[in-house]
Design a protein around this ligand. Structure first.
Ligand code: COA
Ligand code: AMP
Length: 636
């Protein structure tokens, strides 16, 4: 290891792996529980573990009320900065707690109580965070749906989570265009089998929504009429939220997060990974619709007593590629967290970082995640900022980083392309397909030995079989991450990409399986396959390879446009589905399975060997040639 056997990181890592119970008991003791847990870790069966099962707490209380009781009530808790509406707003811990308690009163009056679900479909406005915390205050369960998702995606989530109430806004604001949320919500509810009893709509002056009488309530009016509600104590193992993420099938998976493990893990990560202290200004430039937004816009920074920034804008064009630097300077941001794609977008617009003419002296480190940080982007950010740039790897499922350069323990030498070392609590191993642990530098499946540390998913909402089959069955005793990579001779982890049909477009996780289902519905198409191909700014973009039905004649440009419209309608614009090519045949095994991995390797421009099980070897050369001629093969 680059870090010596007695280094602070090494010692802490060994303590957490060798004796997890005392380690996590110590972390849990830093929180203000109603009832401190005595039971730290319990194994229920071969697949399920519980952290802190007899502890009682309330996550919103830890995030807000505790700080007021400890004298930080007047410190700024949340800064809203919105270049797209030209507005800014700040909330002290006391102000934010009061708003949250009032909105909890609104929900309570509508019958929301412990365990009930509330879906939140909101743009990046403070009311999104207020709604999340209000649900948590009542001991209910929120499920935030990213605002860029279509009505169809929202309907699937409504049907799965079965919310009593949906909270939404009249519109979101993208670069120079308004997105009317309310018609999407109305459409989703009409498509869904489950009908929420009420919708609470935050009317934005940019676009007023039409309300449905009896069902819809206006946020402001409801707040004015409500009585604030107190925190409801919950068990550590009760769910705090369900967050849907893409799997390999068309149906998203509802990752379930508990209250106690989540609070202990996030609080630990704020200190050990991010080196954040109470009063620091923490900015995760993400969206509350993603796990990064849950963990590091809302819960992590607030539980740790930091000031969190909620930014409604883009890294570029709102108004320019200096936006990130302006926000960092204006609020004296100490820790910035963003996706690599954001920096690639900034670099494209402002390669010399000429717009970085702001005072960034408060900034201590830049963290990146969401996709692999390619070495070129790493070098650019490190050179232009002259600050530590920390790649760290995590997933919706884990909720906090699995591997990082642990800035709060010891800043290690970074290696471009590596997320550095496993974070204390995560026993990361590289396995071959038979489950054998591989040696240094051998590439395989990245797995985490059970038990997972606190804060990771406890199951899939309403579908424990899928939890077991999707994550635990492939390698007994391990959680299979779905990512591939290797650990080098110094113990550094290199995450090289997904080993399944999940792709990452601009830091957004999407299922190619779901896109295939949509594309296959086109009347001209007999069969199809969707893979991720390289894209300079967004990292990846989807490409459909389609086989036409016998006798069908259709102009390829028209077909592509129709498919683009279908995916946009069914998933949303965020899928960035823009390319489809017609092929004569798809490479398959003799048993009829499409060789997706091989297609991915061709598109990546990487070495590939044709498997002996292939049905029609000539199809490979044909497709490789077609993709090359259309400029769809990456030139690494
Ligand atoms: N609501 C509605 N539509 C949305 C949306 C939202 N919240 N977010 C994105 N979209 C739409 C966009 O308007 C765009 O639509 P268009 O095809 O009609 O133009 C489409 O989805 C793609 O959006 P996006 O991926 O954001 O592309 P972009 O070209 O507008 O911006 C970047 C490119 C790189 C600046 C942007 O992707 C970005 O900031 N990425 C960072 C993502 C991130 O932080 N991920 C966090 C995970 S940790
Ligand atoms: P999500 O669940 O949306 O956060 O996406 C998780 C996936 O994003 C992971 O499984 C990885 O494939 C990818 N990912 C996230 N962070 C990194 C990183 N630092 N390096 C490589 N891949 C990453």
């Amino acid at each position: 290891m680059a870090s010596t056997a007695n280094s602070p990181y090494h010692n802490e890592y060994q303590r957490a792996i060798n004796a997890p119970e005392p380690f996590w008991q110590q972390q849990a003791a830093k929180l203000n529980w109603y009832k401190m847990p005595r039971s730290i870790l319990q194994q229920q069966d071969a697949h399920h573990y519980q952290w802190f099962s007899d502890g009682v707490l309330n996550t919103a209380y830890l995030a807000l009320d505790t700080h007021i009781e400890q004298g930080r009530g007047e410190q700024t808790a949340l800064i809203y900065d919105s270049p797209v509406t030209n507005s800014k707003q700040q909330f002290s811990y006391r102000e934010l707690r009061n708003e949250v308690a009032q909105f909890a009163g609104v929900l309570k009056a509508l019958g929301v109580s412990k365990g009930d679900r509330v879906v939140i479909y909101m743009p990046m406005i403070p009311q999104a965070a207020i709604a999340m915390l209000a649900v948590a205050r009542l001991g209910a369960v929120h499920s935030v749906v990213f605002g860029g998702f279509s009505a169809h995606e929202l309907a699937m989530r409504i049907d799965d989570a079965k919310p009593k109430v949906v909270v939404s806004a009249s519109c979101g604001i993208e670069i120079s265009k308004l997105i009317a949320y309310k018609p999407l919500l109305d459409d989703a509810i009409s498509k869904a089998e489950h009908k929420p009893q009420h919708c609470i709509i935050y009317q934005r002056p940019q676009l007023l929504a039409t309300m449905q009488s009896g069902r819809d309530l206006d946020w402001h009016q409801a707040m004015a009429a409500a009585e604030s509600a107190p925190c409801v104590p919950v068990k550590a193992t009760d769910p705090l939220y369900v967050l849907y993420t893409s799997g390999t099938t068309g149906k998203p998976k509802g990752v379930v997060r508990d209250n106690g493990g989540h609070a202990a893990a996030l609080n630990y990560s704020m200190q050990a990974v991010y080196n954040a202290k109470p009063g620091d200004v923490f900015w995760a430039a993400s969206d509350v619709g993603w796990v990064v937004g849950h963990s590091y816009i809302v819960y992590g920074p607030l539980i740790a007593g930091c000031t969190s920034i909620l930014y409604e804008g883009k890294p570029v064009f709102t108004p320019d590629a200096g936006a990130f630097w302006r926000v960092c300077a204006e609020y004296k941001v100490n820790i910035l967290f963003a996706a690599p794609t954001a920096f690639r977008a900034i670099r494209k617009e402002d390669p010399d970082a000429a717009l970085q003419r702001y005072d960034l002296s408060a900034l201590r480190a830049v963290f990146v995640a969401g996709e692999r940080l390619d070495p070129a982007t790493y070098q650019w950010v490190a050179e232009k900022l002259q600050k530590p740039v920390i790649d760290h790897w995590w997933q919706t499922e884990t909720g906090w980083p699995i591997a990082a350069n642990p800035a709060g323990l010891e800043l290690m030498n970074a290696k471009p392309g590596s997320a550095t070392v496993p974070v204390p609590g995560f026993n990361v191993q590289i396995l071959d397909d038979s489950g054998k642990v591989l040696r240094a530098n051998e590439q395989g499946f990245i797995a985490i030995a059970l038990p997972l540390p606190p804060g990771c998913l406890t199951t899939i909402w309403g579908n424990d079989e899928r939890f077991i089959a999707g994550y635990l069955d492939s390698f007994p005793g391990y959680y299979a991450s779905g990512d591939g990579g290797y650990i080098d001779e110094d113990g550094y982890l290199f995450v090289m990409g997904r080993t399944d049909d999940v792709i990452n477009v601009a830091g957004h996780r999407l299922s190619t399986g779901e896109m295939e289902q949509i594309v296959a519905n086109h009347p001209a198409i007999a069969e199809c396959c969707v893979i991720g191909i390289h894209e300079a700014i967004k990292g990846q973009q989807p490409l459909a390879l389609v086989l036409l039905k016998n006798g069908v004649e259709i102009d390829e440009t028209i077909l592509e446009a129709e498919l683009v419209a279908m995916v946009r309608q069914e998933i949303g614009a965020l899928a960035c589905f823009k390319k489809a090519i017609v092929v004569k045949r798809l490479p398959k095994t003799r048993s009829g399975k499409i060789l997706r991995k091989l297609l991915r390797q061709i598109a990546d421009g990487s070495e590939y060997s044709v498997p002996s099980t292939i049905d029609d070897p000539a199809s490979i050369a044909e497709i490789a040639q077609l993709m090359t001629s259309k400029g769809l093969v990456n030139q690494p």
